[in-house]
Design a protein around this ligand. Structure first.
Ligand SMILES: [Zn+2]
Length: 224
């Protein structure tokens, strides 16, 4: 039996374990905390609006009133949307992975953005271990699939360089710690979870630009 053969039964057991866990820890709405429902209708509806352009609200993306790149988002990062993102990223809500992927697929299609590859914004060291999944890669894979282009994990954040620094210092230093670890040719689309200041996307575009890779734009789930 190969490793792949073993996976379906493994997932059945994991699913059973999750169902049992749900009986002990009651499920609640990722947006508003309403009990017995993973996501209530009003909170879900906030994700159904047409995708929006959001780069002009990100100060670090603006250079002399011109954005470094266009950015599309599915929702505004506020209230229940903010809570949903927190539950997905740091609340252990792996059941929201599928919705995150579907939402990013919609952002990719509605943006009309075309490029040669999709590049996920790299997670910081330790994030994968803490969350049990590379969340940005999950959504980036959905975007790549929707656009029919390859997913290339071209960027990485250097381990060790951020050690001992505050979160703010890590963000500020992200540019210097970002490395292009895999060759990617042509023009790319960046995918991240959320857009706030735009510093991360700017750092990614800069690192790729130094290797001659042009960033056509970025896709995020939600924007502040
Ligand atoms: Zn709700």
């Amino acid at each position: 039996m190969t490793f792949h053969d073993a996976r379906p039964s493994e997932s059945i057991w994991l699913r059973a374990l999750r169902d049992v866990t749900r009986c002990i820890v009651p499920v609640e709405c990722a947006g508003c905390g309403a009990v017995d429902i993973p996501l209530c209708q009003p909170c879900a509806a906030l994700w159904w609006e047409p995708v929006l352009r959001c780069e002009e609200a990100a100060p670090r993306l603006m250079v002399e009133d011109t954005a470094l790149m266009p950015v599309w988002a599915a929702a505004v990062l506020t209230g229940p949307v903010h809570e949903w993102v927190a539950a997905w990223k740091d609340g252990g809500r792996r059941d929201l992975d599928r919705m995150a992927a579907q939402t990013m697929r919609r952002v990719a299609l509605e943006s009309g953005l075309r490029a040669d590859a999709v590049v996920p914004v790299p997670s910081r060291p330790g994030a994968y271990r803490r969350r049990g999944a590379d969340l940005t890669r999950i959504t980036a894979a959905a975007a790549a699939d929707a656009c029919g282009v390859p997913l290339v994990s071209a960027l990485a954040i250097g381990r060790g360089e951020s050690r001992g620094k505050s979160a703010r210092e890590r963000w500020r230093g992200a540019g210097s710690a970002l490395k292009v670890r895999r060759a990617v040719s042509g023009e790319v689309v960046l995918v991240d979870d959320v857009l706030t200041t735009g510093a991360t996307l700017a750092a990614c575009a800069s690192a790729l630009g130094e290797k001659g890779v042009k960033v056509r734009g970025a896709l995020v789930l939600a924007a502040a």
